[in-house]
Design a binder for this molecule. Structure first.
Ligand SMILES: [Zn+2]
Length: 245
C-alpha cells in the first residue's frame, strides 16, 4: 500500500487536518474526511474507493463525509459511539471552533470494540482507543503482499523525506490519539486522560512501522517509543497534581 496525505486548512479556525488516502493497486481507502472532495478525487484518479475509515467524529475529521458518501457510495466505518457525535455540535466540537455543524451520512458501519476488516486486499484492524474522545479509533493496516522495507521507510521518515511513492507493509492511522511529538488533548468534550493512557500504552504493543496522524507530520513506531512514554509521564503527573488539590 502507498499512503498520500492531504493537509486541509479550515479557513474559519486555522485548524489543519490530515486526510489520508491509501492506495493498493487500482483501489483506495480513505482515512478521515477533512479534505475537500475535489482534492481527494485528484489523488484517487480513476481508482475505485472501497471504504472510508473515520478515526473519530470531531467535525474537522468528518467535515466532508456527506459529500464522500454520495460520491463514492462505499461503506463508511466508525466507532459505535460516533453515531451521537454526528448530530451533536457539542460532541463533534464544531460549536466551539467554527459554527454548529451536523452531518447526514447514513451508510455507516459502526464498529464495536476491535474488528478486523479485509478491504482492497489488505487487513485493516480497527482498534478502539478512547481518551482524546469517547469514539477514538486507530486503524492498523497490513499489506502482506509487500516485501518488508521498514528500515528504509524509517530512515526516510526520520529524515523528513517523502515516502508517498513507496510501498509500505505496516501502517497505523492514529487520528488524534498520538502525534509525532505530542498526544491528543483530553480537554475537549468526552476527553478522558486515564483512558488515553491505557490507549497509548496499547499502541506501543502494536506492530507498525509508520504512524499517520490526524494533524501535523507523520511519525514512526521508533519515534513513538520515546514520545508516548514521555507524555504518559506528563499526564500521570497532572492527574496526581489534580488529586492533591
Ligand atoms: Zn479530534
Amino acid at each position: 500500500m502507498k499512503v498520500t496525505t492531504i493537509r486541509t486548512t479550515w479557513a474559519e479556525s486555522e485548524l489543519k487536518q490530515n486526510t489520508h488516502i491509501i492506495t493498493i493497486g487500482n483501489k483506495c481507502i480513505i482515512v478521515d474526511a477533512g479534505a475537500s472532495l475535489e482534492d481527494v478525487l485528484n489523488v484517487v484518479g480513476d481508482r475505485s474507493v472501497e471504504a472510508i475509515l473515520i478515526t473519530h467524529a470531531h467535525f474537522d475529521h468528518i467535515s466532508n463525509i456527506d459529500a464522500y458518501e454520495i460520491a463514492f457510495g462505499c461503506p463508511i466505518y466508525m466507532n459505535e459511539h460516533s453515531k451521537k457525535f454526528l448530530h451533536d455540535p457539542i460532541l463533534n466540537v464544531s460549536k466551539f471552533f467554527v459554527h454548529e455543524i451536523i452531518f447526514d451520512a447514513e451508510n455507516i458501519h459502526y464498529i464495536k470494540g476491535k474488528e478486523t476488516l479485509h478491504i482492497a486486499g489488505i487487513d485493516v484492524k480497527a482498534i478502539y482507543t478512547p481518551g482524546h474522545s469517547e469514539d477514538s479509533m486507530c486503524f492498523l493496516c497490513v499489506d502482506n503482499d509487500i516485501e518488508d522495507n521498514s528500515e528504509q521507510i524509517i530512515n526516510m521518515v526520520t529524515n523528513r523525506q517523502d515516502v508517498s511513492n513507496l510501498e509500505q507493509t505496516k501502517v497505523l492511522f492514529t487520528g488524534d490519539t498520538c502525534f509525532a511529538k505530542a498526544v491528543g488533548t483530553t480537554k475537549l468534550k468526552t476527553g478522558n486522560p486515564k483512558r488515553l493512557i491505557v490507549s497509548l500504552n496499547y499502541l506501543l504493543k502494536l506492530d507498525f512501522t509508520t504512524a499517520y496522524t490526524g494533524h501535523m507530520r507523520h511519525t514512526t513506531k521508533l519515534e513513538q517509543q520515546e514520545n508516548i512514554p514521555t507524555w504518559i509521564k506528563h499526564i500521570k503527573s497532572q492527574l496526581l497534581a489534580n488529586n492533591e488539590k
